[in-house]
Design a protein around this ligand. Sequence first.
Ligand SMILES: Nc1ncnc2c1ncn2[C@@H]1O[C@H](COP(=O)(O)OP(=O)(O)O)[C@@H](O)[C@H]1O
Ligand SMILES: CC(C)(COP(=O)(O)O)[C@@H](O)C(=O)O
Length: 302
Amino acid sequence: MLIRAFVPAHITAFFVPVIKENPQLSGSLGAGINLNKGTNVFLNTEEASLERHIHVAFNGEPVKREQAKITYYVTEKMLPEDFVGEVEIWQYFDFPNGYGFGNSAGGALGTALTLAYKFGKTLLEAAKIAHEAEVIHGGGLGDVVAQLTGGIDIRIREGGPGVAVVDNILRDEYKVLVVPLGRLKTRDVLSSDIVHVISREGKKSLDTLLKNPTPETLMNEARRFAEATNLMDEELKEISREIDKVISLQSSMIMLGKGLFALIKEGEVDKVKELLLDLNLRFDILDIYWGKPIVGRWIGDE
Ligand SMILES: Nc1ncnc2c1ncn2[C@@H]1O[C@H](COP(=O)(O)OP(=O)(O)O)[C@@H](O)[C@H]1O
Ligand SMILES: CC(C)(COP(=O)(O)O)[C@@H](O)C(=O)O
């Protein structure tokens, strides 16, 4: 029996990293958006053999333990101690890896949820392990708690599941444009000198957003944060300015990847498509995902 979980992709607009000794108290403040595409994880277990073997595949390709540290961490913590047999974890990503779509968190949470479903653990138990794996291995900080909430999220208290407080901006008239251009290593950015600038500017953005929690403020602050931290390079700024000519809210940079995102209205879709085809750039237009992650038995596409 295959078990499947879906976890939305999550893009961050701005953030404040908060790292403490206890991973469950670590996380991030900030804001972001959950998308209706993301990560699908399938779990298959066979109890035939006498030893325990874990197999992981990304987009159909088997990967070694070193390339899938987060998934192995989650799997080992979630499996019952006396479990022996084969465990297969198949992860499929709708977005490229390392581009700021929260793939590592999607894989971690999806894996934890399928194992929780199979072995009778709860959503919260699974989510805590996924968050812990993310923090310990430098995958992300606030993605898991945001993905658990859905929608346009504002993370107002940091921490793992059960500790963090995540709010939502309640507006549904927008679609999300994403323009993925390249990778940015989350771990490298979070271990660099600019972390104190990120914290300072992230706090300012969060304060401003909380005073006036609208999509307009979100995008203005996303852009201000991206420029003030110097994370947004000239190429991104140039494309962003072009996009801004055809939409009403500002576009900004996906944290943490080399890419752009924007909230666009139905009436702006055609103009945006035309522009990006003209610029010869890869893009996607998605809906905001308002639900929780999904887990259950998989019978195939109906
Ligand atoms: N070919 C691949 N090699 C390594 N990781 C991959 C690959 N394809 C997908 N992934 C997944 O992407 C994750 C990396 O995502 P991460 O660097 O955190 O980026 P982001 O969170 O910005 O999407 C890995 O943890 C893994 O789950
Ligand atoms: C911005 C980031 C620290 C990393 O995001 P990603 O590269 O998508 O893993 C995120 O986890 C957050 O806390 O907001």
